[in-house]
Design a protein around this ligand. Sequence first.
Ligand SMILES: *[C@@H]1O[C@H](CO)[C@@H](O)[C@H](O)[C@H]1NC(C)=O
Ligand SMILES: *[C@@H]1O[C@H](CO)[C@@H](O)[C@H](O)[C@H]1NC(C)=O
Ligand SMILES: *[C@@H]1O[C@H](CO)[C@@H](O)[C@H](O)[C@H]1NC(C)=O
Ligand SMILES: *[C@@H]1O[C@H](CO)[C@@H](O)[C@H](O)[C@H]1NC(C)=O
Ligand SMILES: *[C@@H]1O[C@H](CO)[C@@H](O)[C@H](O)[C@H]1NC(C)=O
Ligand SMILES: *[C@@H]1O[C@H](CO)[C@@H](O)[C@H](O)[C@H]1NC(C)=O
Length: 498
Amino acid sequence: MTGNVHLMFLSTFLLVSMASEIFDAMEGEALVIKCPRWSSSVKVTWYHMDTNKIIPAEEEGSRIFSFKQFLWFLPNSREDSGNYACVTHFSNNRTKSFNMSMQVHPYKQGVCFPSQIRYPNDTGRGKIVCPTIDNYKNATIIQWYKDCKPLQGERYFKGEKYIFINNPSKEDDGYYTCQFTYTHKGNVFNVSATRIFISKVKHSPLPPQILFPKDKDVIEVELGAALSLKCQARLGIKKQPLAVVTWDVDNIPVKYLDFSRFHEKMHFFERHEQVYYRETTLHITEIKKEDLQANFTCVAVNEMHNTKATVTLQLKAQSGLPNSFLIIGSLVLLVAIAVLVILYQSFRVDIVLLYREIFQPYSVKDDGKIYDAYVIYPRNHTNEANFVEYFVYQIMPDILENKCGYKLCIYGRDIYPGEDTASAIEKRMQKSRRLILILTHQLISCKELAYDQHIALYKALIQNDTKVILLEMETIGNYAKLQESLRFIIKQQESSET
Ligand SMILES: *[C@@H]1O[C@H](CO)[C@@H](O)[C@H](O)[C@H]1NC(C)=O
Ligand SMILES: *[C@@H]1O[C@H](CO)[C@@H](O)[C@H](O)[C@H]1NC(C)=O
Ligand SMILES: *[C@@H]1O[C@H](CO)[C@@H](O)[C@H](O)[C@H]1NC(C)=O
Ligand SMILES: *[C@@H]1O[C@H](CO)[C@@H](O)[C@H](O)[C@H]1NC(C)=O
Ligand SMILES: *[C@@H]1O[C@H](CO)[C@@H](O)[C@H](O)[C@H]1NC(C)=O
Ligand SMILES: *[C@@H]1O[C@H](CO)[C@@H](O)[C@H](O)[C@H]1NC(C)=O
């Protein structure tokens, strides 16, 4: 009981302290006035103070009528200007009266709003809310005007009940009029309302945009596993006073869900041009079956607008190889192919020739030879590691000897420096069925060929009893620079191939 008395006292105090209100309207438009301070438990009577008459509820064909806290002028007319009051009747027989005055303004050339603007100025960052539109059920904004000129362009983002100016500046200051239609019992009326906008921009929102996840994405999960859902949204330029990026599960905000299973972590950051982003991660400690039926919605909100993206979960396919293995497998294969292509391109090994000359099975093995091939290669006179030597000492023996079972004779490996080189080389060559000549720029530009090269070339050219296999390790391109003997051998190779 004492509580009730206390409450009554408070509301009485509030009512008494209310100032009377003034409403302005343009002639011929609809006008709906709302009685301030009203609750559904009190009865309201509307009076026209100048005639002391009660304004009744709507009847067939009535232009001015009242219902609960609202007073309608459909449409208004200039003679409606005057004083009105709404009287609220409390249960203890006390009444409270609110005076208000209504002013109908005639249109003047080029003026689309009353001489007095009663609605608070928007000193803001670009969002201009259409005044009084909430009094009109199912109103639709038709057009916005600035200083009575229609607004158009990409800079203006139109919300249901507001307009947003992107990046407003001093030039945007002015009178903003929203014109909307109000439909009552099939009759359509125009309404307009105007407020002043004064830009005062330190930061500005942009229409919120969720960068990820994509709406309708399906995310693969495993039952019992943990999951993190990240949502990132762009919200404006510079730190935003209203910037929310949050997750709902079946439209219930995560903060109301079982926090042992769901919780959110958020942070914000700015990127180039001070574009402001927020990112919120929903952590689910353990995926349960019911989650597979749920909608996980990321909601991004700023002063302007809100936007949403909904994802669902689906069980990871169990059969077959896990995706990551397939990917790694494909990558390995790709790399292997790439390496082969590069090797082939780099060394231009004439594979057909190599195969025919080296891998051709010998029917007669007891021809007095020890080696299948003698390898001639450019000697490196520096101590630097050299790919040609690596090729000769490692790759060739590995493939031809270890894998294919052929026997090579390689200077430096099979002939030790310090032996009587010349005779040693000659002997080994005589015991070899083939010569493999590794052709590089170094070999070509070398003025003095090594001794074994001389012998080899001599044998190839004069005695012509040993087959020569050329391995072009580097792109030689123009053969014109080659020593005549080498050119001869290449020519022989080409003619024997065709
Ligand atoms: C309010 O007025 C009615 C009649 O005017 C009376 O019957 C009723 O008792 C009054 N209620 C209070 C709480 O004073
Ligand atoms: C409301 O108007 C009536 C009649 O004009 C006047 O008697 C009363 O004092 C006014 N009340 C307020 C709160 O302005
Ligand atoms: C609104 O802006 C107008 C024009 O600048 C100014 O005259 C008026 O005092 C302002 N009203 C408020 C409440 O700031
Ligand atoms: C709201 O207005 C639209 C068109 O403006 C109309 O189609 C719809 O029926 C209206 N709804 C109500 C509840 O009046
Ligand atoms: C409402 O305004 C529009 C454009 O200003 C006009 O064409 C139309 O006739 C008006 N409708 C009424 C019912 O006054
Ligand atoms: C999830 O969203 C879809 C599409 O909007 C809707 O059809 C479905 O009913 C929603 N499911 C739940 C559980 O809210």
